[in-house]
Design a protein around this ligand. Structure first.
Ligand code: E4P
Length: 219
């Protein structure tokens, strides 16, 4: 399973990239706006730097809602780097724009997907990635991970090449479940990625080994 980080924070991305486990990045207008506010930097500069660090797919979302606008904005964003993936909202205009962007060799990530039928249409439009939002479904009392299972089954039935990004991840169990289902990718915030690297028994074990060693060897 590929692991993406869901952030536009360059420091967080650098840190996780240094662990040697990072395959890509997803941003959205909320995440990018937060970084623009925090750093005063231009969005293009932030996105370019992220692409240089990760050298894998970096999702940058359009804000236009009409298909012509999405295509125009998508083409501009794609000029920033070969790694830019255009994040397109799951609407009819989004489908039209996806078809066009893909025909021009630009990677796309269909976002805000909440049903298996939306994911079916996204794959038929040829999107590179599809992003079901698991946490937001859980928030309204639907089992988000069931949606991932349904999408995986549908994509396998028809051998769609679209890769499933499990998005809106809130806690470590989302990552365990995504991996057990066999999802292609999970995108998670820094805090969740940090949590999954840790276990209290690992820390206790290290301390015990070092104490036993020191007792005999000194130091
Ligand atoms: C994914 O691509 C989105 O950026 C993100 O996962 C949304 O997560 P949220 O529901 O926690 O805002």
């Amino acid at each position: 399973m590929k692991i993406f980080i869901d952030t536009a924070n360059v420091e967080e991305i650098k840190e996780v990239a240094s662990w040697g486990i990072l395959d890509g990045v997803t941003t959205n207008p909320t995440l990018l706006a937060r970084e623009i506010k925090r750093t005063g930097r231009k969005p293009e500069d932030i996105l370019k730097e992220i692409c240089e660090i990760v050298r894998g797919p970096v999702s940058a979302e359009v804000t236009a809602l009409d298909w012509e606008g999405i295509v125009r904005e998508g083409k501009e964003l794609a000029k920033l780097s070969e790694y830019i993936t255009i994040k397109v909202p799951m609407t009819i205009d989004g489908l039209k724009a996806t078809k066009i962007l893909r025909s021009e060799g630009i990677m796309t990530n269909m976002t805000l997907v909440f049903s298996p039928n939306q994911a079916l249409l996204a794959a038929k439009a040829g999107t590179t990635f599809v992003s079901p939002f698991i946490g937001r479904l859980d928030d309204v009392g639907h089992e988000g991970m069931l949606l991932v299972e349904e999408i995986m089954e549908i994509y396998e039935n028809y051998a769609f090449e679209t890769e499933v990004i499990v998005a809106s991840v809130r806690h470590p169990m989302h990552i365990v479940e995504a991996a057990r289902i066999g999802a292609d990718i999970v995108t998670a915030p820094y805090k969740v990625l940090e949590k999954i690297s840790k276990h209290p028994l690992t820390d206790i074990g290290i301390e015990r080994f070092l104490n036993d060693w020191k007792e005999v060897m000194g130091g």
